[in-house]
Ligand binder design. Structure first.
Ligand SMILES: O=c1[nH]cnc2c1ncn2[C@@H]1O[C@H](CO)[C@@H](O)[C@H]1O
Ligand SMILES: [Zn+2]
Length: 366
């Protein structure tokens, strides 16, 4: 007999459930206390405050700007304190520990190596330091009884012109944990097609990539990301709703692009709290994730930037449960969607689904 005594979907129970996170920025997930300690250790003097509680609040308030460009300004401080290999190892280790403690069993964590070169570190040194940090954090998590697997995505910044170089870097480190590539940064004015040489190179190399698209800019950005660049997934992709019409009687009409995205099962890396902060969605209750989930797009739930949004994978899911009335079946669906869409190999994805995710949810619902 199943479903006789399901565990109530509370924040604590959600924390205990296995979760998969595909879109999380390393430089958007530091602990406030670590930002302060690294600033002191490295002589970084630009922080708005050296009080831990105040700094946490400062990040979420400053990021709550209603504009992606202003939201992104807050990263000057996190990147400012991540300019040494020691800092990179520490931040990556704590990231792995924090995600594992939150019940995340598989995560793809991304960052832009080109942002950590201010003191002369080479791109390869930066990647090696972050990988070392993930190894350390994963091992520490395992010691406290939490198993997490982390894959790394390297971002190139849209406003710079280094995407081919970063794509080559990602391929160079593909056998030591870098599983894919992305472009991030301001979307308006920087279409993904500026980076076509990088995407062509990645396809030639049979490498994986996602693209931030349809966040601060609409359908043309999504269309270019998919049809010109060949993105396998969409970072955010919220504006795909501009191609969906719902009549007063509830009849739904998908435009050709929205149909393509749903038919091809293109994963949407949705980040509800971040989208409210940047103005991509008016509120969580009105976030397109509700409609897209109802229409069975391949929706995944993500944190984007845990520091700037003051969120975790569990809190993000708990908020959705609150606003949309989701239950365990929905949370398992998001989780399996994410695992199916991960950039690691098929056999590993299947193993995590069958040996960790399904038994984990079964235990909560029976
Ligand atoms: O939601 C987002 N949209 C676009 N770019 C972002 C977002 N969040 C973070 N970054 C950018 O990605 C860089 C690498 O991690 C960060 O430094 C930030 O500038
Ligand atoms: Zn992002």
């Amino acid at each position: 007999m199943s479903s006789m005594n399901p565990v109530p979907v509370t924040p604590e129970a959600i924390r205990s459930a296995p979760k998969v996170l595909l879109h999380d920025h390393l430089d958007g997930g530091l602990r406030p206390a670590t930002v302060i300690e690294l600033a002191e250790a490295n002589g970084y003097r630009e922080l708005p405050t050296s009080d831990v509680g105040e700094l946490g609040r400062w990040f979420s308030e400053a990021a709550d700007s209603g504009s992606l460009v202003r939201y992104l300004e807050t990263f000057a401080h996190t990147c400012g304190v991540m300019q040494s290999t020691d800092a990179l190892v520490r931040v990556a280790a704590e990231c792995a520990e924090d995600l594992a403690a939150d019940g995340v069993v598989y995560a793809e964590v991304r960052y832009a190596p080109e942002l950590f070169c201010e003191n002369g570190l080479s791109l390869d040194t930066i990647v090696e330091a972050v990988q070392e940090g993930f190894r350390v954090g994963t091992a520490r998590a395992l010691e406290s009884g939490r198993r997490i697997r982390i894959g790394t995505l390297l971002c190139a910044m849209r406003q710079n012109a280094r995407s081919l170089e970063i794509a080559e870097l990602a391929v160079r480190h593909r056998d030591t944990g870098v599983v894919g590539f992305d472009i991030a940064g301001p979307e308006a004015g920087f279409p993904p097609t500026r980076n076509l040489d990088a995407f062509e190179y990645l396809r030639q190399q049979n490498a994986h990539f996602t693209i931030h698209a349809g966040e601060a800019f609409g359908l043309p950005s999504i269309w270019e990301a998919l049809q010109h660049c060949g993105a396998e997934r969409l970072g955010h992709g919220v504006r795909i709703v501009d191609d969906i019409k719902v009549d007063d009687d509830g009849t739904v009409h998908l435009g050709r692009l929205a149909s393509y995205v749903r038919d091809r099962r293109i994963p949407l890396e949705m980040c509800p709290s971040s989208n409210v902060q940047t103005g991509a969605a008016p509120s969580i209750a009105e976030h397109p994730i509700g409609l897209l989930t109802k229409l069975r797009f391949r929706v995944t739930v993500n944190t984007d930037n845990r520091l700037m949004s003051g969120c975790s994978m569990s809190s993000e899911m708990a908020t959705l449960v609150d606003q949309f009335g989701y239950g365990w079946a929905d949370l398992q669906w998001f989780t399996i969607n994410a695992m199916k869409s991960a950039f690691i190999g098929f056999d590993e994805r299947l193993a995590i689904i069958n040996t960790i995710i399904k038994p984990g949810y079964a235990a909560l619902t029976s």
